[in-house]
Each structure stands twice: as C-alpha cells, then as structure tokens.
Design a protein around this ligand. Structure first.
Ligand SMILES: Nc1ncnc2c1ncn2[C@@H]1O[C@H](COP(=O)(O)OP(=O)(O)OP(=O)(O)O)[C@@H](O)[C@H]1O
Ligand SMILES: [Mg+2]
Length: 376
C-alpha cells in the first residue's frame, strides 16, 4: 500500500524556479498542453520535476499528480491511475471504487486502514479482473468535477511505448485528448530513442502529441551554488575553479559531483585531488556495470565497446574488421545490426540519427573504456 508521498526538504537542492515558471507559462499561454523532456541518466530530471515543477504548479493552483513508470514498469496502468487518484478528494476516490464494483462496506472498513481509500483503490486496481482503462475514465470523470486544472507528470514515460501497454496507452491518449484545457502533461525520460518513437511514429498512441525537447542541463550555476554551501561548512574551502574542474571531469553529471563534494567534506585533509580520484574510481567502476556487462553476449559487448571508444563506423569495412577481431570470427552487417537492436531495446544505447549511436549512461561508457584501456 502506498503512503501519500512527501518530500523532505534538502538544503543541497539547487532550485530552478525560472525553469519551472517557463513550463507553467507555456501551459498558461496554451502554447501546448503537453511536453516531452529527455536527458541522459542522473542529470536531474526527476529532482527538477518533483522539487521545482510540481511545487510551483501547486502554488499556482494546479492539482498535481506524479508517477515514475520505471518503478512500476510491469503495471504502468495501475501506477498512473493511482497517481491521478492522489489528486482526488476522499469522496471522489470512494465514488470511483463504487463504480468499479467494490462493495461499499469494504471501502468503509478500508478507510480506517493506513492508506485509507486511496490504498483500497490501489489494491483494487491491482486485481486482474479490473479494467484499467475503465478505472482511468472513472478517475478522470471525478477530476473533471474539480475546479482546478491538473498537472500530470509521467516520469520514465517510455515504458508506455511498450507494445504490451498499447491498449492502455490508447485509452490514456483518448482521455487526455478531450481534456487538453484542464489537464497538462509532462512526459520525461532518459531514453531519447524510445521517447522519440512514442511521439514520432504514426502507429503509436501518442503520435504527434507532445513536442520533444532536451531538458536543460545543470551547469556552472549549480556548481557555484553547491561549492558555496560546502564552503560554509568546510574547513578547507574549494575555489569555484576547482569545483568546475571536478564537475567537468565527472562528465558534468550532478549526481557524481554531489558524491565528490561529500567525499571531499568527509576526508578534507586528503584534499581535492584525492576526493576526485576516489569519486571517479567509485562511480565509474560500479558493481552493477560488471553485472550488466556479463549479461551481454559477446557481439553486444564488442559493439558497445566500439561505441564507448567513439568508433561508430560499425557497418563500414573497417568497423566490421574491428568487430571480427574482437569476436575472433568474421562479423557481418547483421552482427552489428542485431547487437544494436538488442542494446537499444535494453535502453543501453540510443540512436541519435541514422548510423549515429550513443551509450545512454555516460558512467557505463567510461567504465567500458577503463576496462579495455591498455594497462601501464
Ligand atoms: N537541482 C539539483 N540540485 C542538487 N542536486 C541535484 C539537482 N538535480 C539533480 N541533483 C543530483 O543528481 C542526482 C540525480 O538526479 P535525478 O535523479 O533527478 O536524475 P534523473 O535525470 O532523473 O536520472 P534518471 O534518468 O537516472 O532517473 C540527484 O540524486 C541529486 O543528487
Ligand atoms: Mg529520474
């Protein structure tokens, strides 16, 4: 059963109020009713959506709903309906339950349980027999009775693109289509390829539904903010220049930079160089990379290694020759093609353009490069 989510305040959060305002203004001006945002992993999408955008929307008079479909990838329909339910008053939740055929007695009893009526609805939804699309329509009908507009944030939205969720996605699109005035939607995700397919393929439920754009990344202002806060607590201060260098060396990834700052704070006598070296070693050598790696077949390993080294001429003669050497047997065009398809479906690799591929997780790319770098 899900507890209503509250987020603890975090002094290390670098607020981005202008960015949040920008999205809300665009909705207000009716320039769009949906937006799609993508950025690579660990770049701060979720943190922005939850700590900046949703609170700003609530302050602006929106009802808000958030769901992360990656955490619920086997049942995104349940997760979505549950998130929308959080925006309802208890009365509305009960009305939905009644519609879905849940006996009222059971509802009353469950209202005393932790999680209350929402919990009862989520438990009910998870049952096989419940038609998720119908549940969605009922929840939206209740939302229609509210005076306020709703901001729905769907994080890791690419899960909806999977074929097995097609029926529900179609129902969702149809339901949102007729509510463009009252429900604004943000789709976010780290897999640019899949998000693109979701919005650009005529056969997909969300075809042409939201413009897809790059999520603006954190930069020097974030570094300055973090270094300043750190210096207010540290005995040995760091200069902004040192901070920027560390940020660059960590591929401008906010999560890794925060780990560097933490390491520096805890081991100040060892200094900045040591903290950076430690952070790099730990973030670029995670155990799960080894697991991810060993689960790949040799062709996938060879192809992803070439991509990590910036060699994307996979189908060209030289590329195939290199692949053959790595595999110890002749590679064909199909070898690379099949491997690329598998790597994309596992979200390990994304296709930017024809013949132009990139590893989704820069830390994994770095790990692969380090793994295969000649030892001195
Ligand atoms: N605005 C911010 N201020 C301070 N730290 C941040 C900020 N944004 C991100 N971070 C740091 O980076 C980490 C990763 O951010 P977040 O989880 O939002 O990334 P993401 O883009 O959603 O990644 P994923 O694609 O893996 O879900 C956070 O846990 C936090 O430590
Ligand atoms: Mg995220």
């Amino acid at each position: 059963m899900r507890k209503p989510e509250t987020i603890e305040p975090d002094p290390w959060h670098f607020p981005r109020p202008e960015l949040a305002e920008g999205y809300l203004r665009a909705f207000e001006l009716k320039l769009s009713s949906a937006r799609g945002l993508f950025a690579r992993r660990r770049m701060g999408k979720t943190e922005f959506l939850r700590r900046d955008l949703l609170p700003a929307a609530a302050a602006d008079g929106y009802l808000i709903a958030y769901t992360n479909l990656w955490d619920n990838r086997s049942a995104p329909d349940v997760a979505l309906v549950a998130a929308l339910t959080d925006a309802l008053e208890p009365q509305g939740v009960k009305a939905v339950l009644t519609k879905l055929g849940q006996p009222l007695k059971k509802v009353r009893a469950s209202a005393k349980l932790p999680g209350g009526a929402e919990g009862a609805l989520e438990a009910e939804l998870a049952q096989q027999a419940v038609d998720k699309s119908e549940a969605l329509r009922e929840v939206l009908k209740q939302l229609d009775r509210q005076k306020k507009p709703l901001l729905l944030v769907i994080d890791e939205a690419q899960v909806l693109a999977r074929a097995e969720h097609g029926d529900f996605s179609h129902a969702l699109r149809a339901a949102l289509d007729i509510r463009k005035g009252s429900i604004k939607v943000i789709f976010a995700g780290s897999s640019e390829t899949t998000l693109r397919e979701m919005f650009a393929r005529a056969s997909e439920p969300f075809y042409n539904w939201a413009p897809l754009e790059a999520f603006p990344l954190l930069g020097d202002e974030f570094v300055a903010f973090t270094i300043k806060l750190m210096n207010s607590m540290a005995r040995q201060v760091l200069t902004l220049k040192q901070g920027k260098r560390a940020f660059d060396e960590l591929h401008r990834t906010p999560e890794f930079f925060k780990r560097f700052v933490e390491r520096y704070m805890l081991y100040q006598p060892q200094g900045e160089e040591a903290a950076l070296a430690h952070t790099k070693a730990s973030v670029f050598s995670d155990e799960h990379f080894l697991k991810q790696w060993t689960e790949m077949n040799p062709a996938d390993q060879a192809v992803i290694t070439m991509l990590a080294r910036g060699e994307s001429d996979l189908h060209a003669k030289e590329g195939m020759a290199k692949l053959s050497v790595m595999l110890g047997k002749p590679a064909t065009r199909n070898t690379a093609g099949h491997a690329l398809r598998r790597l994309q479906s596992e979200n390990a690799v994304t296709r930017l353009a024809l013949g132009d591929y990139r590893i989704e997780d820069e830390a994994f790319a770095e790990w692969i490069r380090r793994r295969t770098a000649p030892k001195h």
